[in-house]
Design a protein around this ligand. Sequence first.
Ligand SMILES: Nc1ncnc2c1ncn2[C@@H]1O[C@H](COP(=O)(O)OP(=O)(O)O)[C@@H](O)[C@H]1O
Ligand SMILES: [Mg+2]
Length: 324
Amino acid sequence: MINTSKLTKKFGDFTAVDKLGLDVAKGEVFGLLGPNGAGKTTTISMLITLVEPTSGTATVNGFDIVTQKSDVRKSIGIVFQEPSVDDLLTGRENLEMHAKLYCMPREIRKKRIREALELVELTERADSFVKTYSGGMRRRLELARGLLHRPKVMFLDEPTLGLDPQTREHIWMFIRKLNKEEKMTILLTTHYMEEADTLCDRIGVIDSGKIRVLGTPKELKRAIGGDTVVIRKKGFDRKKLRGLSFVKSIAQNGSETILGVQDAHSNLQKLLARIGPIDSVEVREASLTDVFLKYTGKKFRDEGEDGGEGGWGNRVMHQSNVRG
Ligand SMILES: Nc1ncnc2c1ncn2[C@@H]1O[C@H](COP(=O)(O)OP(=O)(O)O)[C@@H](O)[C@H]1O
Ligand SMILES: [Mg+2]
């Protein structure tokens, strides 16, 4: 449904998107995961024909994004980073306006609007002004609007940016519903690890305009070679770990021994049996944050911009967990 080849966008000398290659299959939820400034919005802008690439090519639903713009536009729905519903209209009026833009006949319009409102659970508030809506309700209205014309592909640019965790999970549920019930292919961007992990069939980690690694969340986590097991035990003797092939690394941090362990879940029993009595043990399974660290070598880059929102700041929490 989406195919890009060496897709590139330069702004002057600066390369925002650098020879991007992507293949998104029909029915897939694909996530572009990366920090602020990685090139996510620029990539989407090219795919939805708002911005022309500097070089490279891409097709959406089989149509070329440069030479077949209007066919691309008919194939897609968009929910953009910047809110774009009209405050001074009601929810229903916003949808009416959009449906008219797409020249939908009146009967179909009414029906689709009713269905879309149902899907995002806004039926009861449909006739209130949007200015009285919460952030989550607005986002849901945008989702409803994006799917009115039954697009084959939905583009969601940071669909839960700035929403509280509960509302975020609510939006995830609707996105999944769209994917399952409407069989919609979805490309979303996010800088929230958890969002990419729970929502996406496949993820491309993007940084400085380049895809660094690509795969299912499981594959990516497995590929970084394992989990972390932190053991507290006075007088830990590392000789005891000899011959355990699933122990990949050993590091000492004060009274803690930090082990890199392959598949800690199944190997923990064996490991503890070897070591004998301990004071405490903590297992941290590999996370997408670790994946990002490995493939970009970057740590706290966005901490200041987005700390504490469950995004890149998460790393800080993981680190202090490890260190106790
Ligand atoms: N119109 C533009 N002119 C110049 N630079 C731009 C423009 N749009 C985006 N950029 C730059 O391109 C980079 C990628 O931006 P963007 O695609 O918005 O990243 P993301 O959505 O991942 O945060 C950023 O460094 C941004 O400043
Ligand atoms: Mg963006």
